[in-house]
Design a protein around this ligand. Sequence first.
Ligand code: MG
Ligand code: MG
Length: 256
Amino acid sequence: MAWERNVVLKSPAELEIMREAGRINASALAAVRAAIQPGVTTAELDAIAEAVIRQAGGKPAFLGYPGPTPYPATLNTCINEEMVHGIPGERKLKEGDLVSIDCGTIFQGFVADSAFSIGVGQVSPEVQRLLEVTEESLRLGIAQMRSGNRVGDVSAAVQRYVESHGYHVPREYTGHGVGRKMHEGPQVPNYGIPGQGMVLRPGLTIALEPMVLVGTPHTRVLADKWTVASVDGSLTAHFEHTVAVTDGDPLILTLP
Ligand code: MG
Ligand code: MG
């Protein structure tokens, strides 16, 4: 795996910068969260996030990101069956929707990357359960991010929990190392085998991002060439934190 050659351990000073990037990113996500309600457009949410990031001296990490076309926005906004990489626009959120918001911030040359999903207004018990399972799978994965453990321990913790609830994880989209570049090594899938993969070391910074699908593990890319959705139209959710491996407990860099 080519990504394994692209692993960069960060110094304590670099981790401090990444923590600040993570704080700014968390502020942007908190402002977006507070604005989520029926009737708001995803473009309006995008403008809120960009303003918070720029006012804090950061830059949106996704804006201009290379792809089929340079990525045009600060956020990825995904509704219901959309899983990741949704482009904000004029679509209005509706009562009962499940919306996923992914945001990246560059501060002093380092990237922080984090996402959450949330129900809009009153949601069905199915949406609520999917949200809870996905968020808990992130927590369980992070708990495995300890020096000496392996990438497979993290991946397996996510997969085991998600699949024990009858849900699925995609194979084509994964977590990743993050630092001066948004995507560094190692690749951290949401599926794996305990005891396999790269050994985790202090200074490693990983964006762990469980994506969970209700129907099948399979996805498709929509006509805008960016948005990834479940192939069967079933609901999906996505949570992500940027986390540093330390000598002790994992350090979540993208908390407020
Ligand atoms: Mg992200
Ligand atoms: Mg990411």
